[in-house]
Write a protein that binds this ligand. Structure first.
Ligand SMILES: C[S@@+](CC[C@H](N)C(=O)[O-])C[C@H]1O[C@@H](n2cnc3c(N)ncnc32)[C@H](O)[C@@H]1O
Length: 473
């Protein structure tokens, strides 16, 4: 990070602008908005600066810049059209360790002015550190469009109640939950339509009649890894949680999006290596919820597809704990899309079966006869370790050795790899390419479409997050 984003309080603090023209005027107006004590040094001034001086809003020093002008200042702006003067200002400021901004000369700037979305008192600052101002401007435009104008009024209302809320709720967690409830309530709508009195009354009612915070568990599917595949609801609940319980399938990029101050608990599971037993995870969810916490149980893919979501909600339901389920994009859908393999295709596959290579009970066998049928696609989860067995059983039950297969490792992630071959080569390919978990096996004629479709049109989609797909023949 080249610049640390901080918001400074300039109330009555001395700041200096060197230069008397339009640019200096604009900077002066920005400082006055923050109620700074502004001094401007220049041999002459534009009319607007003279007018501000007559209204006692700024002090004008009608002199050529000299190093002593910087003394006692908190921030300094060099806004002249002389490179030599700007450099002298910059040197003097640096000598005294005062932050300086040299207009249109980013390398000399100790601080910069970001683009701003202003919903006072909510202020959003955006900066590209001088690298891509147009991109920063476009982001600002997007934010301007999505952040409602009543956001400032809502923040002011909340500010008016802050002390009362502090007195009512002793812990930070309780206060946060209260505010979450307020911002989910019709107080927001009332502020939006300008019914300030109604909003105040309702907020007051919520404050006096707040029930004990009730715990809840959100069972959230996070998709296969690309954070852009998260649903809006998943993101919202990840942001509301007091505790986030996650496992190894949830990518680092997705974990970056959970609430910063939420407690994180890893119950990492890898095939054959359960670091926390499922029963202990169930117990943990139950206990957190009983403490009144909002718990986000975040899982890779979809919670109900080989995700143990069903087992977890059975326990929650049994104990009367509230829960919500947020579906996610399952690995079969994500990996096949990002590998350019349509799971069904009128010419090749009329059915798709989701299969696990890892059965709960040892010795429990799959319906290999049904799985070996042609004209269908198999999406095999957790199949890497058992691939020799899967290959042997499908061949034994009549699936052609020439059936195309694809192995998608780290599907939808930056490190996605796609290995192609035939059913007779499945286990060898996995060994040869040292395929690591998570990997999905796709078996069926559609796998051969990868060569035809993976590059065409796909690169653009993947580029929004991942590097171009690594293809391994
Ligand atoms: C315990 S299952 C969880 C499946 C998950 N609930 C879903 O709907 O995708 C784990 C298996 O899903 C598959 N998987 C999950 N994410 C994957 C990814 N990004 N790339 C490839 N396979 C993935 C792998 O087969 C992995 O062993």
């Amino acid at each position: 990070m080249q610049y640390l984003p901080i918001f400074t309080k300039l109330d009555d603090r001395p700041v200096l602008i060197v230069g008397g023209g339009d640019v200096a005027l604009r900077k002066c107006q920005a400082f006055l908005k923050a109620r700074a004590q502004v001094a401007v040094v220049a041999p002459s001034f534009c009319d607007e600066l003279l007018a501000l001086s007559q209204q006692n809003k700024v002090s004008l020093i009608e002199e050529y810049f000299e190093a002593h002008h910087v003394l006692g200042m908190m921030l300094i702006i060099a806004a002249t059209d002389s490179e030599a003067v700007n450099k002298a200002v910059c040197d003097a400021a640096n000598t005294h360790n005062i932050f300086v901004n040299v207009v249109d000369d980013q390398p000399k700037c100790g601080f910069i002015f970001p683009s701003i979305v202003d919903r006072d008192p909510i202020t959003i600052a955006i900066s590209s550190a001088g690298t891509a101002p147009v991109l920063a401007r476009r982001l600002r435009e997007k934010l301007e469009a999505i952040i409602p104008h009543h956001t400032g009024a809502l923040a002011r209302l909340a500010g008016n109640f802050r002390e009362q809320v502090k007195a009512r709720f002793k812990t930070f967690a309780d206060r946060r939950q209260f505010w979450e409830r307020v911002f989910d309530s019709s107080v927001v709508r009332k502020v939006q339509v300008g019914d300030t009195q109604g909003a105040e009354q309702q907020l007051h009612d919520l404050l006096t009649n707040t029930p004990q915070p009730e715990g809840e568990v959100y069972i959230v599917g996070a998709g296969p890894g690309d954070p852009e595949l998260l649903t809006i609801k998943a993101l919202q609940l990840m942001q509301q949680a007091d505790v986030v319980v996650y496992d190894y399938l949830v990518s680092d990029e997705i974990m970056e999006l959970v609430r910063r101050d939420a407690d994180l608990v890893c119950v990492g599971k890898r095939a054959g290596n359960h670091s926390v037993k499922q029963e202990d995870t169930n117990e943990m969810l139950l206990n957190f919820a009983k403490q009144g916490k909002k718990v986000c149980r975040i899982k890779g893919g979809d919670p109900f597809i080989y995700g143990r979501g069903g087992e977890e909600i059975q326990v929650l339901a049994k104990h009367g704990v509230k829960y919500q389920i947020v579906p996610g994009i399952t690995a079969a859908a994500g990996c096949s899309a990002y590998a350019g393999i349509p799971l069904t295709h009128r010419d090749h596959a009329q059915a798709i079966q989701f299969v696990t290579g890892h059965c709960k009970k040892e010795g429990q066998e799959l319906d290999w006869r049904g799985l070996a049928h042609t004209n269908q696609t198999l999406a095999i989860y957790m199949g890497v370790i058992k691939s020799p067995h899967i290959q042997a059983k499908l061949l034994e039950h009549g699936r052609s050795p020439e059936t195309p297969i694809a192995i998608v490792e780290n599907g939808t992630r930056k490190s996605q790899r796609v290995v192609r071959g035939t059913l007779s080569e499945l286990a060898t390919k996995i060994e040869q390419h040292q395929i690591q978990s998570p990997a999905l096996l796709i078996i069926g004629e559609v796998a051969a479409l990868h060569e035809q479709l993976a590059w065409f049109g796909q690169s653009e989609q993947v580029n929004s997050f991942a590097q171009p797909i690594t293809k391994v023949a």
